[in-house]
Design a protein around this ligand. Structure first.
Ligand SMILES: [Zn+2]
Length: 62
């Protein structure tokens, strides 16, 4: 089996870290709030992308 190259490993680690942070937010009360402006994130958007951390106004900071 071919081993992952370093870039792939980094991408996987980044995603897993995002999952960790999303789970932490889910356990706390602020999962549905934008990390920047605290506005509530649309539930449909969270179902489509459970790693979403920001509202539509701040997508670049996710
Ligand atoms: Zn926001």
């Amino acid at each position: 089996m071919k081993e992952f190259d370093n870039e792939s490993v980094r991408a996987i680690e980044t995603t897993l870290n995002d999952v960790d942070r999303a789970l932490e937010r889910l356990r706390s009360a602020n999962y549905r709030c934008c990390q920047v402006c605290q506005a509530p994130i649309d539930e449909a958007d969270l179902i489509a992308n459970p790693l979403l951390a920001n509202c539509v106004a701040h997508p670049e900071l996710a």
